[in-house]
Design a protein around this ligand. Structure first.
Ligand code: KG4
Ligand code: ZN
Length: 332
């Protein structure tokens, strides 16, 4: 008999629902919240309210697109954390209520684990053990993935995440929120002619807060000399910022690969949508003799498909949770 999971993701500003049958994503629907653009970042209270408004329509759409009725669902998977508490509470409460009403088992999913297991939504799938560079708006991690459930964080950011580095740099350049995709687009039209210092971090950890400060001072100095500097050099500045972030990420990833001897390498998280990172990762993989994996765009950014895939493997392992579960804001 098929295992059909209804999955819910509401950790930040996207409300998403998916239907996953036997590990295959039948539908993956996302309601984006444009309201945050006017504030230049995600406003937690606004996000929670929008989740409340969006969750039922998004679930209805996911069921309709999958051609699956409510009575055909086998289990309900949901993001328990990490993320914004008010946002997580909406998805968690919905998942609990749905499971209670239909007498279904509940499966809690860790958002970061799901970003890694997004690789199992489609072929080609990496082989265990593999290394995953998970880069999102809230996290930057190098993860050693031994199995669907055994993951070890080998390195992480000690301050800003890679996505924040993109977003904050873009903000300094006057780009809208989230600046990451806009900066990527502009970078493609420019050249990395400006140099920004890379942090000297020990081991496999990252730091991005210094980059933001050096960009700020660089822009202040240049605009004092020429008030039109940003406008006249926007694409080259974007290309330089992107090049620096990508270089920092891939140097550590290469170090992790050489240290562990692992040749299966994967990118995950919203920043893996970045064209410069994708190209440089693929090129580095060819040079280093790695097999490289990047999920399809819909499985890079926050989505319930990856929650459903993770919940499916937890279902097979009999890993369920009770109705007394509650969300967590920081990774456990
Ligand atoms: O994984 P995600 O959708 O949400 C979190 O879990 O945080 O990642 C969102 C982050 C944002 O910082 C956004 O600017 C960044 O991913 N991002 C990008 C690109 N697309 C999304 N950054 C650089 N280039 C992109 N193309
Ligand atoms: Zn995410």
């Amino acid at each position: 008999m098929s295992v059909i999971i209804l999955a819910i993701e509401s950790s930040c500003d996207d409300t998403s629902a998916a239907v996953v049958r036997d590990g295959v994503v039948l539908s993956n629907c996302v309601a984006n919240q444009d309201a945050h653009q006017q504030y230049g970042g995600v406003v937690p209270e606004v996000a929670s309210r929008a989740h409340q408004a969006n969750i039922i329509p998004v679930v209805d759409l996911a069921l309709k697109k999958a051609g699956v009725g409510k009575d055909e669902i086998t289990a309900v998977g949901f993001t328990r954390g990490p993320g914004l508490l008010g946002s997580l509470i909406v998805g968690t409460s919905f998942a609990k209520s749905f499971a209670l009403a239909h007498d279904l088992p509940l499966i809690e999913v860790d958002h970061m684990q799901a970003h890694v297991l997004a690789h199992f939504a489609e072929d080609p799938k990496p082989e265990f053990p593999f290394l995953c560079l998970t880069v999102s708006g809230g996290h930057t991690q190098i993860v050693l993935v031994r199995s669907y459930s055994d993951m070890e964080v080998l390195g992480k950011t000690l301050d800003d995440a890679a996505g924040e580095a993109f977003d904050k740099s873009g903000k300094l350049l006057g780009l809208g929120y989230p600046a990451g995709p806009l900066l990527d687009k502009l970078a493609r039209q420019g050249n990395p002619v400006f140099e920004f210092p890379e942090p000297s971090m020990e081991g496999l950890n990252f730091s991005f807060s210094g980059l933001k400060t050096s960009i700020l001072y660089f822009l202040k100095k240049k605009t004092a000399e020429n008030p039109e500097f940003i406008r006249e050099n926007l694409t080259d500045i974007c290309a330089s910022v992107q090049h620096t972030i990508v270089t920092i990420l891939l140097k550590k990833f290469r170090k992790a690969a050489r240290q562990t001897g692992i040749k299966e390498l994967a990118l995950a998280g919203g920043v893996s949508a970045n064209s410069g990172l994708r190209e440089a990762f693929t090129a580095l993989g060819e040079k280093e003799g790695w097999k490289t994996y990047i999920p399809a765009f819909q499985f890079c950014t926050d989505n319930a498909g990856m929650i459903g895939v993770t919940a499916y493997y937890k279902y097979l392992a009999g890993d369920f949770c009770g109705q007394d579960t509650s969300p967590y804001a920081r990774q456990l």
